[in-house]
Design a binder for this molecule. Structure first.
Ligand code: ADP
Ligand code: MG
Length: 376
């Protein structure tokens, strides 16, 4: 779920303090990331530095002096009086209302003014798009994506597993009686074919053991490397639009190819698979440091990221402190997987799946309900 980055700027210290303590103690503010300023100059430095701001809640006196705000920042004035809506250039909220009410008003204003956010909200009510990614190969992305798909299906959800790896390995996990490979789907995604939706219906396959739908695409690295972001977007949105699924699990590889970046941009949640080693930590840090350049300010990865430590043996965790992320879930090292497995060996490990279920419950279902109920 994308968080709304709110900057609260008010020269009234006491008010700001009560705001801070309300948002710290409230359990309901998970949709917002707040930053506070009482000093005009420090606020200006923050703006000039180019930090991402979705919504600026600001007292009129401070607002008079701010400069260089990006065009897409929604400005909401923190008003001392209840004003009429006439002749206002900016929307306002009355400061002396209950803070929970004030935050509801802010969300309303934000969605009114931000069509993209609204689309994301509408869409997340239908199907959640969850990408599985890491900047390092072999951390277990495919293993997690396939097992998560199956466990969500076991819980009663309708799941589509979408493999976008350069070298597709889903044949190891999923199979179907039907022949007629799904490869044509790439052709239909190339332009805005009206038939894309009906092609998804006819080309998708069903794995009866995992109860998951997927495209059976034979290894075709060339096709994958040529894939444009637009095509990825159409395929994901096409699967969403079928209206059939609760979850679309997108299995990526570690490259920053356009198709992976687009999939990450289009995702409601990103499961970021790490292993307990310096490679994972260094590459994650390097990528997050550059995320605004790679994905744009409106697509902050951190806000939608769920960090999973896979192949965890219980050993002490490496130095994650300066990553600025916390580990949200752990998956055990399964020694049986050191030797090649059949699909039920990979998808049927009880110990692994118990932890996958915990992740599904705590993180994914929680987020979904958070959106469905409006968050406050
Ligand atoms: N929790 C785990 N315990 C032991 N081996 C694992 C675990 N997760 C993944 N593996 C193994 O690591 C290798 C790479 O996994 P894979 O899911 O293909 O990674 P990726 O998709 O990130 O490249 C495979 O041999 C897989 O069996
Ligand atoms: Mg993989």
């Amino acid at each position: 779920m994308k968080k709304i980055r709110v900057v609260v700027a008010d020269s009234n210290h006491d008010y700001l303090k009560s705001f801070v303590s309300f948002t710290r103690t409230s359990h309901n503010d998970s949709r917002f990331v707040f930053t506070y300023f009482s000093d005009q100059q420090i606020l200006q430095e923050y703006i000039d530095h180019g930090h991402a701001i979705d919504l600026l809640l600001i007292s009129p006196d401070l607002h008079e002096s701010v400069m260089n705000l990006a065009d897409d920042v929604l400005i909401v004035l923190l008003e001392d009086d209840i004003l009429s809506d006439d002749d206002r250039t900016f929307p306002g909220v009355y400061r002396y209302q209950r803070l929970s009410q004030l935050l509801s008003n802010l969300i309303g204003l934000y969605y009114e003014h931000n069509e993209a956010a609204e689309r994301q909200l509408v869409r997340s009510k239908q199907a959640k798009v969850i990408s599985v990614y890491s900047p390092v190969g072999g951390t277990g992305k495919t293993t997690v994506a396939a097992n998560l798909s199956k466990q969500l299906a076991l819980n009663g959800s309708k799941v589509f597993y979408l493999n976008l790896e350069t070298i597709n390995s889903s044949g190891l996990f999923f199979s179907s009686e039907e022949d007629n490979p799904s490869l044509q789907i790439f052709y239909y995604a190339k332009s805005d074919f009206k038939q894309l939706l009906s092609k998804i219906e006819t080309l998708k396959k069903h794995d009866a053991y995992a109860m998951v739908d997927y495209f059976d695409i034979e290894i075709n690295a060339e096709e994958m490397l040529e894939m444009r972001g637009e095509e990825v977007k159409r395929i994901i949105n096409g699967i969403v639009k079928t209206g059939e699924y609760n979850y679309i699990i997108v299995d990526l590889d570690s490259s920053l190819h356009e198709r992976n970046r687009t999939a990450l941009t289009e995702s409601d949640n990103i499961l970021w698979i790490m292993t307990n080693d310096n490679q994972s930590i260094l590459k994650t840090k390097a990528l997050l440091d550059k995320e605004e350049d790679l994905f744009g300010k409106k697509n902050i990865i951190r806000d939608r990221m769920t960090t999973i430590l896979n192949k965890f043996t219980g050993a002490q965790i490496g130095d994650m402190d300066d990553l600025g992320v916390t580990i949200d879930g752990y998956l055990p090292f399964i020694s049986a997987w050191l030797v090649p497995q059949t699909n039920d060996g990979i998808l049927g490990n009880d110990r692994f799946n118990q932890e996958i279920q915990t992740i599904a419950r705590n993180i994914i279902v929680y987020n979904k309900e958070g959106v469905a109920t409006g968050g406050l």
